[in-house]
Design a binder for this molecule. Structure first.
Ligand code: PEP
Ligand code: MG
Length: 849
């Protein structure tokens, strides 16, 4: 064994020792802070990252440099100390130094039972973690006696083919080596990299004298914390295992640490009032000096308190918000830091019910996590069944191959939606996010068995109508039954944190909202307006889809206009309601976008119903559906192309917008509506549509006698529109990038079908991520940059924004800030996450600058 000379990277932890988290790890640094705060820490030695790395390479330091700090024949523990505690590390090994000799001595000091129990526990952890022997051979019996100890030592000798080591230096050396090597193993590296650790993250180790908590008088060991891990509310909670009470089933409960689970013996406070008081003061001190809620690990030895360690309290998302806000309000940390401390994704959990992370999960299949939150219900296979189920008051999950506009009513009635096909921007996903409805899409391993009205999961598991399942729209998992859930919580702390975030944010956040309900959610989450109102969703409502179909079946323009006249008051009321809810915030209304055939039934039964309703023959319906069918509907007759070829639809919508504007302006402040044209690819399209909309505005002004302004904008969602943005901006006050279609057209990748092979593409590294999910900065991003630059060249004051599904993501917000965009727009439930992420980006920039 190659020995290194005296290693300066072995440090006794004192107030003055030259230590840092980046060289010795977070735990070692924290222990030094505890020493500085005067907490009663047993002697502790820290080994630096470089020292531990050398050990992993077989270069063992001179262990006398460690041992000289401890008593004669001590018992020691070794714990990991990675830079960030979340990166994990090998488990702690305790009671190093237990040998036959120490055991004999301790039998006198603390009694045979306690001494034997310690020795057995050490043999077990050594055998499993250091010698890597089969754990089954080293189970510890409930009431171990001398026979158990002899058996364990014999088992070790038989398995390891050598006697159990009896020299503390050998024991310590092997423990250090095994922990150092465990950190450098491939699995450990991959696990910590998944948590954000760099490839070369180092491990420090801390060697500490054991403060046993066994002996005469009140002895025991425990942990204590001062906030509730679930709610973040102040609350003393923890565990304490009292040796003197001879009990070991201990549990925390409302405000006190009890000694037993069942008979509620004396509380820890009653048993050890002084230690309890001291621990309370320590918690306070940690809060003040470490600016964090800490869990303190301690022992009591004959009434004397020792603090072994203190770690950040584990916390739920809800608690993380509550704790950050409380620390800022108490002046422990600045508001900026509170904003930076909460993961934006954690807010998403608070906004929705979610599955208790500790609950067992019976996984049926995984799909794409399309809309967060969890929902439980009985399976239904049709929108009608979903409505019937809702009418009976029975929560249901709508399971469809994929959803179409006809399913909207069913989606409203269901608790969640599961589809077999489709990706992150599919119909089900977009609507689900808009409604805040948990949604898993593209669960392509499921197959339909229509004859039996079942779906079949991998492994042949069958799910029938009526079976209870749970969708976890946050992870994309479909689970059997109903696991335990946490409810959504929007408390004062949540709102305060977001208010602070808004003070630091430098980019606007609007919401994509299609209905009054969406707009109300957007308003509740303090969106700065509506960035995209997809008006076609208003036509999917009960009573309107029939009229839309009538319009599509109209024989000529006059007949079409007659139906549109009946739709006009409904649209006007929709827009008036949006203006009212948004109270003067901007509302951007996108004119009709989808291909018309989306409004027609796709199966024979639906066509027969339609024929009945319209009093035409089934073959008429079939012929019309066939006439409207396109090979590539997403590249066909939709968006502005419909606006130019069937102009009366856009005219009706423009009239409805302007009449609602007049109405809203009469009732309150002047409204300046934003009207957006979808799927533009040429300047001429904008010119033509603009001329017609201007004419409608002039008519409404003349007719009402009310003056109003409006802003006309263009949705940049074809590559050509991005390239020709300079021309287009001549006629557009704003350009809003629709990154869903832009991604589809830049890659030539179908939004609706890509889910079929996307996971294979990502698995093989063809794409780093699904570009519909994570904005492709290289390709689509370049088009956005070009579009923004050219748009500004054409009109320097053009307003720029993004309104595709990427809008709420941190990557997209970062990109949009860099390009100087005015705002991002995302589904209402993502607004809080976007507000926090935008603030964090602005604060990080400020920190760097
Ligand atoms: C887009 O294409 O990015 C967009 C927002 O519009 P839609 O998803 O309605 O096509
Ligand atoms: Mg689009």
């Amino acid at each position: 064994m190659q020995q290194l000379p005296r290693d300066p990277k072995i440090l006794l932890i004192t107030s003055e020792a030259d230590m840092s988290a980046s060289r010795h790890g977070g735990r070692a640094k924290c222990l030094q802070r505890l020493v500085r705060m005067g907490l009663p820490l047993p002697t502790t030695v820290a080994l630096s990252f470089s020292c531990v790395h050398a050990i992993a390479q077989g270069r063992i330091p001179d262990l006398s440099q460690i041992m000289r700090h401890f008593d004669e024949a001590p018992l020691l523990s070794v714990r990991p100390s990675s830079q960030d505690p979340d990166w994990g590390g090998p488990g702690a090994i305790l009671n190093i130094g237990m040998t036959d000799l120490t055991h004999a001595r301790m039998c006198d000091e603390v009694g045979e039972e306690a001494a034997t129990s310690l020795y057995l526990r050490f043999i077990q952890s050594w055998a499993v973690h250091v010698a890597r022997l089969d754990p089954d051979s080293f189970d510890i019996p409930d009431r171990p006696g001398p026979g158990a100890l002899r058996a364990a030592l014999a088992a070790y000798e038989a398995e390891a083919e050598e006697p159990f080591p009896q020299d503390i230096t050998v024991q310590l050396c092997e423990v250090l080596r095994s922990m150092a090597r465990a950190w450098e193993g491939t699995t450990a590296r991959l696990l910590r990299q998944a948590k954000g650790a760099p490839a070369d993250a180092g491990l420090g180790l801390v060697v500490q004298q054991m403060a046993l908590g066994v002996g005469q008088g009140e002895c025991g060991s425990g942990v204590i914390q001062f906030v509730d891990s679930q709610t973040g509310q102040p609350q003393v909670t923890g565990r304490y295992l009292s040796q003197s009470q001879g009990r070991d089933a201990l549990k925390a409960d409302a405000g006190a640490i009890y000694l037993t689970r069942d008979d509620r013996g004396p509380s820890f406070e009653e048993l050890c009032p002084e230690a309890f008081e001291r621990l309370l003061r320590m918690g306070h001190l940690c809060r003040e000096r470490l600016r964090e809620e800490m869990q303190i690990e301690f022992t009591l030895h004959e009434g004397k308190l020792h603090v072994l360690d203190a770690v950040r309290v584990q916390r739920s998302s809800r608690a993380s918000v509550r704790i950050a806000v409380a620390l800022a309000e108490d002046g422990m940390i600045p508001r900026e830091e509170a904003v930076l401390r909460v993961e934006p994704q954690a807010l998403s959990e608070l906004l929705h019910r979610h599955v208790d992370p500790s609950a067992p999960r019976d996984l049926i299949v995984s799909g794409i996590a399309a809309s967060p939150g969890a929902a439980t219900g009985r399976i239904v296979f049709s929108a009608n069944a979903a409505q019937a189920s809702a009418a009976r008051g029975e929560p249901c999950i709508l399971v469809r191959r994929e959803t179409t506009p006809e399913d909207i009513r069913g989606m409203h009635a269901a608790e969640g939606v599961l589809t077999i096909r489709g990706g992150i921007t599919s119909h089900a996903a977009v609507i689900g996010r808009g409604l805040g409805l948990p949604c898993v899409v593209g669960a392509s391993e499921l197959t339909f068995d229509p004859k039996r009205r079942q779906v079949v999961a991998p492994g042949g598991r069958r799910l029938s109508e009526g079976d209870v399942i749970t969708l976890d729209g946050t992870s994309g998992e479909v689970l059997a039954g109903e696991p335990a859930m946490f409810e959504a919580v929007l408390d004062g702390a949540f709102r305060r944190l977001l208010d602070w975030a808004d003070d630091f944010r430098d980019i606007g956040v609007r919401a994509n909202a299609d209905t009054p309900a969406d707009a109300q959610t957007a308003r509740n989450f303090q969106a700065q307006g509506i960035g995209l109102c997809r008006t076609e969703h208003m036509f999917f409502e009960e009573g309107r889809i029939g009229m839309m179909r009538e319009m599509i079946f109209a024989k000529d323009e006059a007949a079409r206009r007659a139906v549109l006249e009946r739709l006009l008051p409904m649209q006007r009321a929709d827009f008036a309601r949006l203006f009212e809810i948004m109270q003067g915030q901007p509302v951007c209304i996108r004119l009709f976008d989808p291909p018309l055939h989306e409004f027609l039934p796709s199966d024979r039964a639906g066509m027969r119903d339609l024929a009945d309703g319209l009093a035409v023959t089934l073959s008429d319906v079939e012929a019309r559906v066939a006439a409207l069918t396109e090979y590539n509907p997403m590249l066909g007759m939709r968006g502005v192309r419909l606006g130019i070829t069937v102009p009366e639809i856009y005219e009706m919508q423009a009239r409805a917008i302007f009449e609602a504007t007049v109405q809203a302006s009469r009732d309150g402040e002047a409204v300046v509506p934003e009207v957006m044209i979808p799927l533009v690819s040429a300047m001429k399209e904008v010119e033509l549509v603009k001329a017609r909309i201007d004419a409608v505005a002039a008519q409404v002004r003349a007719h009402s006698g009310v003056e109003f302004d409006y802003r006309l904008g263009v949705m940049v969602e074809t590559p050509r529109a991005a390239l020709r943005a300079a021309d287009i901006a001549q006629h557009a006050a704003f350009l809003s990038f629709g990154t869903n279609d832009l991604t589809q057209m830049t890659y030539g990748l179908s939004r609706d079908d890509a889910g079929r092979f996307m996971s294979i593409y990502v698995k093989n590294g063809v794409y780093e991520e699904d570009p519909f999910h994570s904005l492709d900065l290289d390709g689509v991003g370049e088009l956005l940059k070009i579009g923004a630059e050219r748009g500004r060249a054409g009109r320097p004051d053009v307003t720029l924004s993004i309104c595709g599904e990427h809008g709420g993501s941190r990557t997209a917000i970062e990109f949009c800030r860099r390009q100087g965009f005015d705002y991002v727009s995302c589904s209402p439930f993502r607004v809080p996450v976007a507000r926090l992420a935008a603030a964090q980006l602005a604060l990080s920039d400020k920190g760097r600058g």
